[in-house]
Design a protein around this ligand. Structure first.
Ligand SMILES: Nc1ncnc2c1ncn2[C@@H]1O[C@H](COP(=O)(O)OP(=O)(O)OP(=O)(O)O)[C@@H](O)[C@H]1O
Ligand SMILES: [Mg+2]
Length: 264
């Protein structure tokens, strides 16, 4: 497997509180603390950790949204943190995001079709309506859905629009930040299945972020565990699930409810 993404000693700090009068120093909070990992082509790396552990900040670092982050973020060999505007534009086409709450991330005044056409409009090209419709169909929505507005969909269907919008520009890597956390358990499984089918069809790589290790277990080849900005453990899925080394991973696993409702 070739490496698509490599993070070397990535650190991201945020200024906190007010700057004291006459003080040159600003207090800093380290949200990402020396994180290193690789993600291979067609691989799914699950990132799990509690709220505030730095998962979304990590995704934003990878997209180059924090130029002041330290360390190295190599995407297809190019350092995102040193990329110029043109290179960043290309990276942000090839790396797409899916968000937690499809409702707030979809423009309420646009139809499903228009939402999926939007990223194509910015790129130019022909037959964008056709391409948007094909992608919506691929994501499990039918002709009758194309002209509907976000409020006319169920949560799961809305997330299908979010997936189609990410997919329509033919990315290589998708950063999925809690893509199923706002959905019912049965619908979560449908979206995970959809992501797995699309991975097969489009040779996608995923960075799949969730606070729920039971969800991550279903989709990830490898799992990284974040705690207070640090990647405390990273290993293949079965090793993490069956033989966790880090105390925090053990704690996360012990809190997982059994999947079988009859299981005591
Ligand atoms: N723009 C910002 N300014 C200051 N602090 C920030 C900023 N963005 C994030 N943080 C802090 O960085 C830490 C990590 O935040 P982040 O959103 O990455 O967590 P998360 O793991 O995604 O949490 P959740 O599961 O709740 O989404 C938090 O303590 C947060 O308060
Ligand atoms: Mg988050």
């Amino acid at each position: 497997m070739t490496d698509l993404l490599t993070l070397n000693h990535v650190v991201k700090k945020f200024p906190v509180g007010r700057k004291a009068l006459f003080s040159k120093e600003r207090k800093m909070f380290t949200a990402i603390d020396d994180v290193s990992f690789t993600l291979g082509e067609k691989e799914t790396l699950g990132i799990v950790g509690e709220s505030g552990s730095g998962k979304s900040t990590l995704a934003r670092c990878i997209l180059g949204l924090y130029p002041d982050a330290e360390g190295e973020i190599l995407y297809k060999g190019k350092d995102v943190l040193k990329a110029d505007a043109k290179e960043l534009k290309a990276i942000r086409r090839d790396v797409q995001m899916i968000f937690q709450d499809p409702y707030s991330s979809l423009n309420p005044q646009m139809t499903a079709e228009e939402i999926v056409m939007e990223p194509l409009r910015n790129l130019g090209g022909e037959n964008i309506r056709e391409k948007a419709r094909e992608t919506l169909s691929l994501c499990g929505l039918s002709k009758a859905h194309f002209g509907r507005f976000p409020h006319e969909f169920s949560g799961g269907q809305r997330q299908r629009i979010g997936v189609a919008r990410a997919l329509v520009v033919e990315p290589t890597l998708i950063l999925a930040d809690e893509p199923t956390s706002a959905l019912d358990v049965s619908i979560q499984a449908q979206i995970i299945n959809l992501l797995e089918e699309l991975q097969e069809e489009r040779n996608l790589s995923y960075l799949f972020i969730s606070h729920d290790i039971a969800v991550v277990e279903h989709i990830a080849d490898r799992i990284g565990v974040m705690y207070r900005g640090q990647l405390v453990e990273i290993n293949d899925r079965d090793s993490i699930m069956e033989n966790p080394r880090d105390d925090y991973t053990k704690k996360l696993l012990s809190a997982v409810p059994p999947m079988d409702p009859h299981c005591k």
